[in-house]
Design a protein. Sequence first.
Length: 248
Amino acid sequence: MKATIKYQSNTYQIDLSKPLDISIPLKASKNNVNAWYLDEPRIEPVKNGDWVGSLKEGASVNFNNIYFNPHAHGTHTECVGHITKEFHSVNKNLKQFFFTAELISVAAEKYMKDTVISKKQMELLLKDKTPEALVIRTMPNTKEKKKRHYSNTNWTYMTEEAMVFIRDKGIKHLLIDLPSVDRERDGGILLAHKAFWDFDGKQRLDCTITEFIYVSNKIEDGSYLLNLQIAPFENDATPSKPVLYKIL
């Protein structure tokens, strides 16, 4: 089903029947993607005395509790409230859900004992493009990312300079297939997060970072429309389901 969308004085044609889901589903399994030293998520029936909320246990409905952490257990979208003493809700600050987006694939660079995504790489890959959202697929890209346990792995991260470049380009939404844009153990300085949200300047309250995505190798680098779907949690971060649509 093809649709014509008018957005910010431009007209885009997309095929609504071909969504490209780049989220990682949450499941109650040790094979669920994981970070930040937590156990796997739990999905289990409510128990109230002798009553168990499961059809298999004789109930008339399935009635489950879900225990998880949005930052540690799957695709999530966060706002500046992630790093501020003041409470900011991503549900309150994200008011728009369609954006122009650019998907790029990046092979991290060596930096001392780390691997990083640098400003130079962003300059080379983005050039004069100014999308509202940037989707970063790190290379190599394997399906193992969908179930990897990242704790104590010293994952690839964004340099502060790369984030300043992205911010100064006017990119408002960053999506990446890592647990965090910052180093796993950085002493709490959070240079990349702070640079993106202009923490020490005029904080960008309507801008978001989405982590723990997975972009299939079948999806080509290029320009898309992004539908950034979030669960309406009043929290600094919430589970999300970003979906790309190829521009025809």
